[in-house]
Design a binder for this molecule. Structure first.
Ligand code: HEC
Ligand code: HEC
Ligand code: HEC
Ligand code: HEC
Length: 420
């Protein structure tokens, strides 16, 4: 009797503490966590433990953290006293406030697989593509082995408590009337104020200025035509009713969606003909009929966009960025784009210096231009294979504009002259 009572007490204690004490990570998940740390995923993403434990990956220090540093700077925007303090230390503070647009909001990966199917995440690591139409930034190629990517998915699934092996139930096939009703509810509930749905323009006339103004709440809103590849039906039905109950870190606000609404919304999102958002076509960028100076190329392109990953190591405590001294899972190619001398020194390949401004062979474009043109090709193809040998630039950002492409091309064609 005494033993039994004791047994119940222990059981009761276990039940009481169960939610806080999530299972320890398996060896494979631990390997995935280590791979994410080595690839510095925590310089962009939060990877928080949804059970409040310590199985997540702590963020990188702010001096390294793309999002934390940018939001820290932008956080002084409305605060005159803070700005005055910062200006005393950093005279260009006001310019920083104007220029920082990207890597400000990114999804938390810690509870992602409570919503997103692990098999989708695995495919995404092999070939990242655009999920969020209002977010300029893109996920970068993941330079990890297949076994390491498997381990990353195992880690994210264990962290979130998701079942990697469970096959999602396909659910009922709705009637055309149910799909049409889902569409009506989708409109009536205001979903298109934040979400695009493939080529199906449900609320025509929303322009770039509208989406710019909506960025604080809609930047992370995915294209919902992708839902059928990302979320299984049962999870979707729960998620649209109470997003935070499914994924405590999600940025989707709770809407007034009842169980009947949720079923019809799922009918619509999983079964309507939604099409694929059109991709930009690859184009050619003819040379300009005027002289282009180094200063222009630096101010409009290299200094504005590229230096953040191709710095002179001396200007950043020895860290020349992912494309120079390495980081974000890349070994680095020794390419410094912060000074003219750096650009002339080119990059390191197989231990040898290779020019990025001279044509590698007659009739071929210099490597600098090739990398910029490749980014346009990657966007036209709708993504990039993580194991691609040569990557388009700027990494993680949209391709350069036509005006910027023509500037660089013309400068290179004129022999890449240096500063006066
Ligand atoms: C330089 C910043 C950066 C780094 C470093 C980075 N990511 Fe991302 N990641 C992004 C951006 C931006 C997105 C959003 C892309 C979109 O929505 O189209 C993203 C999206 C994702 C997604 C998809 C989330 C979803 O909603 O389905 C996964 C999974 C992911 N990243 C995993 C990783 C892993 C694993 C690493 C480390 C190996 C990593 N990321 C490193 C920028 C980064
Ligand atoms: C220590 C703070 C800090 C960190 C860490 C940091 N940045 Fe920045 N970033 C800045 C500042 C300051 C600017 C504005 C610079 C200027 O105006 O000259 C900037 C601007 C940028 C820009 C150009 C403006 C824009 O938004 O398009 C890009 C791109 C960028 N950063 C990418 C990154 C990436 C990628 C990382 C992580 C690998 C990163 N940054 C980490 C401080 C930081
Ligand atoms: C105020 C803006 C806003 C509105 C309105 C809104 N959403 Fe969202 N929604 C978001 C954001 C932001 C996310 C991204 C969540 C994340 O990545 O954590 C999201 C995510 C989602 C997802 C997950 C998609 C995926 O691929 O990960 C679904 C499904 C969804 N919303 C459905 C809806 C439906 C249905 C409605 C209307 C009832 C709606 N949303 C209204 C902002 C909004
Ligand atoms: C978010 C970081 C990041 C940004 C921003 C970035 N780069 Fe890179 N860059 C890299 C990394 C990392 C590599 C090395 C890739 C590899 O190892 O395959 C690289 C490689 C390169 C290469 C060599 C490509 C090859 O393999 O032939 C060139 C040229 C280049 N970058 C130019 C640029 C230019 C020009 C810009 C601005 C328009 C830019 N990069 C912006 C990270 C970045």
């Amino acid at each position: 009797m005494l033993r039994l009572a004791f047994g119940f007490a222990v059981l009761g204690a276990l039940l009481l503490f169960e939610p806080a004490r999530a299972a320890p990570l398996s060896p494979q998940a631990q390997a995935g966590r280590a791979a994410m740390q080595a690839a510095q995923c925590n310089r962009c993403h939060a990877i928080s433990d949804p059970t409040g434990g310590d199985r997540g990956l702590p963020p990188a220090d702010r001096e390294q953290h793309c999002v934390d540093c940018h939001t820290w700077i932008l956080g002084t925007k409305g605060d005159e006293a803070a700005k005055a303090r910062m200006r005393a230390q950093f005279p260009d503070w006001d310019r920083y406030l104007d220029s920082i647009q990207h890597f400000v909001r990114l999804p938390d990966l810690g509870s992602l697989t409570r919503r997103i199917r692990p098999d989708f995440v695995r495919g995404f690591l092999d070939r990242p593509f655009d999920l969020r139409p209002h977010l300029d930034e893109r996920m970068i190629p993941v330079r990890l082995s297949a076994a390491e990517k498997d381990a990353v998915v195992a880690y994210l699934a264990e962290l979130a408590g998701a079942d990697v092996k469970a096959a999602p139930a396909p659910g009922p096939t709705p009637s055309p009337a149910q799909v049409a009703e889902g569409r009506e509810r989708f409109l009536a509930l205001g979903c298109p104020t934040c979400h695009l749905t493939g080529t199906t323009a449900l609320r025509p006339g929303l322009d770039a200025a509208y989406w710019q103004a909506m960025r604080p709440v809609a930047a992370l809103a995915p294209d919902l035509a992708l839902v059928r590849r990302r979320i299984d039906r049962a999870t979707l039905v729960r998620f649209v009713q109470d997003p935070q109950a499914v994924d405590p870190h999600t940025a989707m606000p709770k809407q007034a969606v009842g169980p009947q609404d949720a079923e019809r919304l799922a009918d619509f999102l999983l079964h309507a003909e939604l099409g694929e958002r059109p991709r930009p076509a690859a184009q050619d960028f003819p040379v300009l009929a005027r002289k282009v100076t180094w200063d222009e190329v630096f101010d409009e392109v290299l200094g504005k966009i590229c230096v953040h990953c191709h710095m002179h190591p001396d200007s950043n405590n020895g860290d020349g960025g992912a494309g120079n001294t390495g980081g974000l899972g890349f070994a680095g190619l020794g390419l410094n784009l912060e000074t003219y001398d750096g650009v002339r020194e080119g990059l390191l390949r197989d231990g040898k210096r290779v020019s990025v401004i001279a044509p590698p062979a007659p009739g071929e474009a210099p490597l600098l231009y090739q990398a910029l043109a490749r980014r346009h090709t990657e966007f036209a193809a709708g993504g990039v294979a993580s194991d691609a040998k040569r990557l388009g630039m700027p990494l993680g950002l949209p391709p350069l504009s036509g005006a910027q492409m023509r500037l660089v091309r013309t400068w290179l064609a004129q022999g890449a002259p240096g500063p006066k």
